[in-house]
Design a protein around this ligand. Structure first.
Ligand code: COI
Length: 363
C-alpha cells in the first residue's frame, strides 16, 4: 500500500483572479467551488493509492456505481480560516478525521488514517490558497471531504472500490438571513434517525431523510426543522444538520446526550468546553421537547441555539409546531449565545489565544 501524499503538479487555475475576487466579495454558502480538488482511490486488493490534487471538475462514474443505488457515502465539513498574518488554519481537524473513521466503520467503508486526512486538507488548501478569504467575522473556505462506493456492481455488499475527495467552497453565513434568530419547526411526522441506524454517522442518507422535514419547515415560514427521537417522538434529537442547546436562567447549559441517533458535533463538543470555562453547568441528558417548551414559556430557559461547523452558533428565537408557537426569551439573540459565538470565532480567526490547542496550521 502506498502512502497518501496527494502530490499536486502545477496546473492552470480554472477561474481568473477577477472572477475569484467577485465570488469572494459575496460567496454565500456552498455555491461556488475552487480551482482544485484532492482525490484518492481505494481498492480492496491494493488499499489506498497515493492520491493527487487535480483540477476541480465533474467526476466520471459508472451508472452502476454502488453509491448511486445503496447510498454508501460519508462526508465531513471543516473550515480554513485566514489569520491576520496571512497564515491559514483549521479547527480541530483530527476530530473530523476520527469522526470520518467512525462513519466509515458504520457504512462499511475503508478508514482513512488521520495523517492522510490532514495531508489531503493541507495539499488542497496549499493549491487553493488564493481562495481563502481575508480575515473577517464570517468568511472562510469551507472544506468538504467525502468518500463513496464507486464499484460497478448491483449486489448489496460493501463496495470493493471507493473514492475519497476533498472539495472547497468559499463560505459566508450559512443561513441566507445571516446570523439572525432562527424560527424552528418541530416535525411531528418525520424523524432523522432510529436506534441502531446511522444517525451518529455523517452519511448522506441522514441528510436525505431530513429534506422533507426541512421543506415542511420552510412551508410554515420557519428556517429549520427539529427532529424528535423516532421511538417515543418526545425527545429532541437535532436539526437538519445542527445540534441544539438551551441555557437556563440559573446558569445551566442543556443539550441532548449522545444516544447513537445524533451527530457528535465538533462545535457541540467545543461549546461544552467553552461553557465550562465560563462556569456554566453542562447538562447532557435526554431533553423532552414538552419540558423544553414549558421552560421556554416560563422563562426558565432564557436562550436556545443551534450549532455546527457551517452555521457555527446560531440563536433560536422561536419554535413552531401544529399546536402553536413559543418565543425563546425576547425572540432575539441571547447574550451568552452571542458571547460563545464570538469566542469560538475569535479562536478560529486567531484573534485570541488558542488555549485549548484546537487550531492546526494548513498554510
Ligand atoms: C456542517 O456544518 O459542516 C455540515 O456538514 C452540516 C451541513 C448542514 C452543512
Amino acid at each position: 500500500m502506498s502512502a497518501l501524499a496527494f502530490p499536486h503538479t502545477e496546473q492552470a487555475r480554472r477561474i481568473g483572479d477577477d472572477e475569484r475576487a467577485r465570488i469572494l466579495a459575496d460567496s454565500g454558502f456552498g455555491t461556488y467551488f475552487t480551482d482544485f480538488m484532492a482525490h484518492a482511490t481505494w481498492t480492496a486488493d491494493a488499499g489506498w493509492d497515493e492520491g493527487e490534487v487535480v483540477p476541480y471538475g465533474p467526476i466520471q462514474l459508472s451508472p452502476a456505481s454502488a453509491v448511486l443505488h445503496y447510498a454508501q457515502e460519508i462526508f465531513e465539513g471543516l473550515k480554513a480560516f485566514r489569520h491576520a498574518d496571512g497564515s491559514v488554519w483549521t479547527f480541530r481537524p483530527e476530530r473530523n478525521a476520527e469522526r470520518m473513521q467512525a462513519s466509515a466503520r458504520r457504512l462499511a467503508l475503508p478508514e482513512l488514517a488521520t495523517d492522510a486526512f490532514l495531508t489531503s486538507l493541507t495539499a488542497l488548501v496549499a493549491a487553493d490558497e488564493p481562495w481563502v478569504p481575508a480575515p473577517t467575522t464570517e468568511e472562510s473556505l469551507y472544506l468538504r471531504p467525502f468518500m463513496f462506493a464507486s464499484e460497478e456492481f448491483l449486489g448489496v455488499r460493501a463496495s470493493r472500490r471507493v473514492e475519497y475527495y476533498v472539495i472547497a467552497s468559499p463560505a459566508g453565513a450559512y443561513f441566507p438571513r445571516g446570523v439572525q434568530p432562527l424560527v424552528v419547526w418541530i416535525s411531528d411526522e418525520y424523524s432523522r434517525a432510529g436506534a441502531g441506524g446511522t444517525g451518529a454517522a455523517k452519511c448522506g442518507g441522514n441528510y436525505a431523510s431530513s429534506l422533507l422535514g426541512k421543506a415542511e419547515a420552510l412551508e410554515h415560514g420557519a428556517d429549520e426543522v427539529l427532529f424528535l427521537d423516532s421511538e417515543t417522538r418526545t425527545n429532541i434529537d437535532e436539526l437538519s444538520g445542527m445540534n441544539v442547546f438551551a441555557i437556563t436562567a440559573d446558569g445551566r447549559l442543556l443539550t441532548p446526550s449522545i444516544t447513537g441517533s445524533i451527530l457528535e458535533g465538533i462545535t457541540r463538543e467545543s461549546v461544552l468546553a467553552l461553557a465550562a470555562d465560563r462556569g456554566l453547568e453542562r447538562v447532557e441528558q435526554r431533553l423532552a421537547m414538552s419540558d423544553v417548551l414549558e421552560q421556554v414559556s416560563s422563562g426558565e430557559i432564557t436562550e436556545m441555539f443551534a450549532c455546527g461547523t457551517a452555521a457555527v452558533i446560531n440563536p433560536i428565537g422561536e419554535f413552531r409546531a401544529l399546536g402553536g408557537s413559543w418565543t425563546v426569551g425576547d425572540g432575539g439573540s441571547g447574550k451568552t449565545t452571542l458571547a460563545l459565538r464570538q469566542e469560538i470565532t475569535d479562536i478560529q480567526y486567531g484573534r485570541i489565544p488558542d488555549r485549548h490547542g484546537w487550531m492546526t496550521r494548513l498554510v
